[in-house]
Design a protein around this ligand. Structure first.
Ligand code: KIV
Ligand code: ZN
Length: 434
């Protein structure tokens, strides 16, 4: 373990983010079709990309990174398909990624010909490891790549005056970059672009590799916000990866620390351990009374589409989305849920206060039938709930105790889950024999 040094804290004399709350949703940018796609065993086909695109639009994403058209013929063709077949709604902006090299930037603009508006996202790597070991360049050399890329993007944009362009720059590997140097590079980029409060550019600070605890990342963001030039002309964007399992926490703390925008993917697909999961962060906001400005009411359709497009499973315990996350098998949990739900009956306007259920499953299109499921660990509350909700029987307490013992014995014998119909048959056999 001594091969891995501790990540140095950011020298902050005071910090604002720990006292903040997130009061409004950040601007979301989906990178499912780029970062998500580039990490797949089998990249999405054209049909899968289109299906994912349509889902993202339906969910309400206003910014969608659709590919890396200078690096992939498939991505180039996909961008052309969106533009030529007029598939981009008036309130949606596509974003494309490019490295800071002239031939790639030229090809990127070629892919975008005729688009009404677009974000051109240019990046180069800035960390000490990348500078010293991958590029063999010093600080000035790497900064020159960024500046040159910014200049080229601006020049090429000028050749396509009918498009409304927004420019985005990422110091890739930001989390391994000295903060003063990250600021220096980003300042160099914005001094080329000359953004204004009316026409902002996007500066995106990726945790390309998640290297520290989320509080350190939040400190990095706050420090950057306090030191970068032209802050009022910049949309400060974050792009976290999940190497330490904290991408959502890092993004949330980063927003508290001053960021305006988040790049991520549905269910966290993306390089290695994935990108920040937008579903989880959006639902975290929702469960705190903040409108996530995404329509996540049809979670099953989202899961089905993500699985069909990525060929990856969604874990049954995935926050908010997994098929088991609102299900209780154990007796004490079932009893508590049943009591809380019963209190709500007839007054659904009450604030949501139900033990063990952080949100109302109905809000994401799930039914209560899935909440209480019966196996050998279940008790009288669960069995009574199923008999009431599915079969219309309100059992007195003595019968709940008596019948749940029968169901439990049956579950132990069969060693599995006992479905609602099987429970009803047991009830009939026990108490209503013909
Ligand atoms: O993770 C990363 O740094 C990226 C950049 C290209 C933004 O995906
Ligand atoms: Zn990434």
């Amino acid at each position: 373990h001594r091969r891995y040094p501790t990540f140095a804290p950011v020298p902050m004399t005071s910090r604002r983010w720990p006292d903040r709350q997130i009061r409004r949703a950040p601007n979301w940018c989906s990178v499912d079709l780029r970062d998500g796609n580039q990490a797949l065993i089998e990249p999405m086909t054209a049909a899968q990309k289109l299906r994912m695109w349509e889902l993202l639009v339906k969910l309400g994403f206003k910014e969608i990174e659709v590919g890396f058209p200078s690096a992939s013929g498939h991505d180039f063709a996909f961008v052309r398909n969106l533009i030529e077949n007029k598939r981009i709604p008036a309130d949606v902006t596509i974003q494309v990624l490019t490295q800071a090299r002239e031939e790639l930037i030229a090809r990127t603009f070629e892919s975008l010909e005729g688009v009404p508006r677009a974000i051109v996202h240019v990046y180069n790597s800035t960390s000490t490891v990348q500078r010293e070991q991958v590029f063999g360049l010093d600080r000035e050399g790497i900064k020159a790549i960024a500046e040159n890329g910014a200049r080229l993007v601006k020049d090429y944009a000028g050749r396509y005056p009918n498009t409304d362009w927004t420019f985005e720059y990422s110091p890739e590997s930001f989390t391994g970059t000295e903060l003063d140097y990250a600021v220096e590079v980003c300042d160099a980029v914005t001094s080329v672009w000359q953004p204004t409060p009316e026409k902002k550019c996007i500066i995106n600070l990726p945790a390309t590799v998640e290297m520290s605890t989320p509080n350190v990342y939040a400190d990095q963001i706050e420090w950057f916000c306090d030191h970068v030039a032209r802050r009022d002309s910049i949309v400060l964007s974050l792009h976290t990866h999940n190497d330490r399992g904290c991408a959502v926490a890092a993004a949330e703390l980063g927003v508290m620390a001053g960021a305006d925008r988040i790049e991520g993917t549905l269910m966290g697909n993306g390089e290695r351990t994935g990108n920040m999961d937008i579903i989880t962060m959006a639902m975290n906001l929702y469960s705190q009374g903040v409108d996530p400005e995404l329509n996540l009411a049809g979670m099953d359709e989202i899961i089905e589409t993500v699985k069909a497009c990525t060929q990856l499973p969604v874990h049954p315990r995935h926050p908010y989305a997994g098929e088991l996350v609102f299900t209780a098998f154990s007796g004490s949990h079932q009893d508590a849920i049943k009591k809380c739900l019963a209190r709500r009956e007839g007054d659904e306007t009450r604030p949501w206060e139900v033990a063990y259920l952080p949100i109302d499953p109905a809000d994401i299109g799930r039914s209560y039938q899935e909440v209480i499921r019966i196996n050998s660990q279940s008790g009288k509350g669960g069995v009574a709930y199923v008999m009431h909700a599915d079969h219309g029987y309100d059992m007195p307490r003595w019968l709940q105790i008596d019948f749940s013992a029968t169901v439990q014995a049956y579950a132990e014998d069969t060693e599995g889950e006992v479905g609602s119909e099987a429970i009803y048959s047991l009830f009939q056999e026990t108490y209503l024999p013909d």
